[in-house]
Design a protein around this ligand. Sequence first.
Ligand SMILES: Nc1ncnc2c1ncn2[C@@H]1O[C@H](COP(=O)(O)OP(=O)(O)OP(=O)(O)O)[C@@H](O)[C@H]1O
Ligand SMILES: [Mg+2]
Length: 362
Amino acid sequence: MGDQQYQHAAADRSDQPESTAHITPSFPAQLRRLRRERGLSLADLARRTHYSKGYLSKIETGVKRATVDVARQCDHILGAEGELLKLVREAAPAERAGGPAADGTAPACPYRGLAAFTPRDAAWFFGRERATAALVERVFQRVGGGPLLLVAPSGAGKSSLLNAGLVPALRRPGGFPMPGAERWPVVAVTPTAHPLDELLERTAKVLGSDLELTARQVAERPEALLEAVRARSEGAPPGPDGRRPPPVLPVLLVDQFEELFTLCSDESERRAFVRVLRSLSTGPDPAVVVLGVRADFTGRCLELPELAPVFTDGLFVLLPMSVAELRESITRPAELAGVTLEPGLVPLLLRDAGLRDEPGTA
Ligand SMILES: Nc1ncnc2c1ncn2[C@@H]1O[C@H](COP(=O)(O)OP(=O)(O)OP(=O)(O)O)[C@@H](O)[C@H]1O
Ligand SMILES: [Mg+2]
């Protein structure tokens, strides 16, 4: 629905004088205009792009030149359908041709290599649109009911789906079917050896403020964490009739959940962490808790009594991409980067992945 609104907004813009062939707006002016049209402050844009407010401000005032990545992300968030990327490319023909960029940086590589996708890579993330929509729906249905457990074999794309699928959906106005979701703080954490300490540290970092809580206090009274987060989060303004604004639901993404067994060696710490996650994610105005775990660790998860019920009603299994989705994951980033794939390369890659190309899916 949010996307549809964006599409309409983008279509409307084509009637405006700036987008005619006669006047080509500069990138800074166009970014500022689009941002204001969407009702976003620089701080809002910074939160959603993961670039700092200061850096984006320098781009808007023309002090710094926008990179391809900034343009793509802003296009995505502002629903500008490639308009900003086009302006960056027009300003940097060397970059378009695949040569070194005018600012001396290397041209953007369309592929992430072995690394998982991050929220910053969202504009390059293809082939998982269906899985993202399904995950968003399950997360929504699960609100208040306990953690959602995202399970798949190692390398299936769990971290990428969380970072470049779910997080951008949460940040995009209308991308998650609850009012004000775009303002919810998103804390991404891996358990490490001391999961509760790590959770507190990461949360404080996201909020930019010390929570003044110890792991022990949170273990004893998990709601203290919710209270501390809410006290430091900027919620939506009250409605025009003065009604209570929608509550801030902190989002906790605990990825590489298997670290709870491989790195955390203290059984009581492990159980306390799971108890906290469960408590935070149940009841009214809860936190949204999504756990990403490797399929070969599900047996260990079942050993934790607080986690066992999640296997009955909180499981989300990420299936492998279809051939068509895999094709998209190869061809779409290349298209976006303006590079041409050698003929025969895609079928070769699909064959390497043990799949056969499907005719008519090009
Ligand atoms: N949609 C996608 N398009 C292209 N590459 C992808 C996509 N999703 C994941 N990948 C790539 O697949 C590899 C594994 O992805 P990721 O790290 O997200 O998997 P994972 O399930 O979290 O793995 P692990 O269980 O080891 O943590 C990475 O190289 C990543 O860049
Ligand atoms: Mg992972």
